[in-house]
Write a new protein. Sequence first.
Length: 372
Amino acid sequence: MSSTKIDSGKESLDQSVRIPAYASVGFVWLSLFVLLLATPALALSQRTPPETAASASQQLSVLVMPGSISGIVVDPSGAAVGRARVELKLEDQTTNQEALCGDDGQFSFVNIPPGPFQLTIAAEGFAAQTLSGILHEGEMYNAPRIALAVATKKTEVRVEVPRVEVAEEQVKEEEKQRVLGIIPNFYVSYVPDAAPLSSKQKFELAWKVTLDPVTFVVTGAIAGLQQANNSFRGYGQGAQGYGKRYGADYANVVTSNFIGNAILPSLLKQDPRYFYKGSGSTRSRILYAIANSVICKGDNGRWQPNYSDILGNLAAGGISNLYYPAQDRKGAKLTFENAAIGIGATAAANLLQEFIIRKLTSNVRSHDPAKP
């Protein structure tokens, strides 16, 4: 019996030993099977695809909190400056932002990325001012009170040149004008708004023409033609007759020039010069030239009857009766004839000035607006 118990105990012991052995082998295979299944999943979990990395970086960038910038603009007294223009410049952006201050002088910029920035403040009547700073992430930056300085006005100094000095410069230019570089053309202004001449300048210009060498030469030529035609027979022939004719002709030049271009223009405040037109239709220029034989510019710049030239021709004609030979003196008739001839000669001279002489005149001011 005891042996039977021993045998049965041995069998039970063998069975108890065999079960754990089978269980351990199954556990090993089960562990290997689980390990094989888990390895790919573990590899996939450890490898992050590029898309996932990119989305992660985007999420990080979204997490950067923007901030805001605000402030107030005042004048030197501390009062708010309304409608001031504030320009925001960010370091990493090419486009600037702008804002207008309210009536209380306040401005604000929102959703501003962090980083360095610069504010430029400008307002009418004030000097522009700049302010720099650094905006931190999520910061509500409140700029120090910005006080604008009043802009200093630049005083514009305008030197008013007296009209007499302007006229003097213009007359000096006119005294250089010569037809073909020889014949004086002093009594023509190619500046339409030339300054009026003073009485002194009118007399000086008359003297310039009277004493010009060309005047003596032209007077001599006229006297020679008169002697050749035996005009004013009372003067006779020879050197004596030529001298008398020359003296009479030069006296005509002096009296008509001084009375018509200096004395009367000074008394009546009229300009003895011809003002070149040089523009417009041919018809308008012809009418302008002819009309200027009986009209002229006043010292006030307005057109008026040319009393100076008309009365000057009459006066010169009347004075000529004093030195013409007795048989050639025709009194009032000769005087008016000479005045009419003088007006016609002025009209003809003006036509030549308007269409021909300008092209032949040297030393004309280069900035002249009127060109033929």
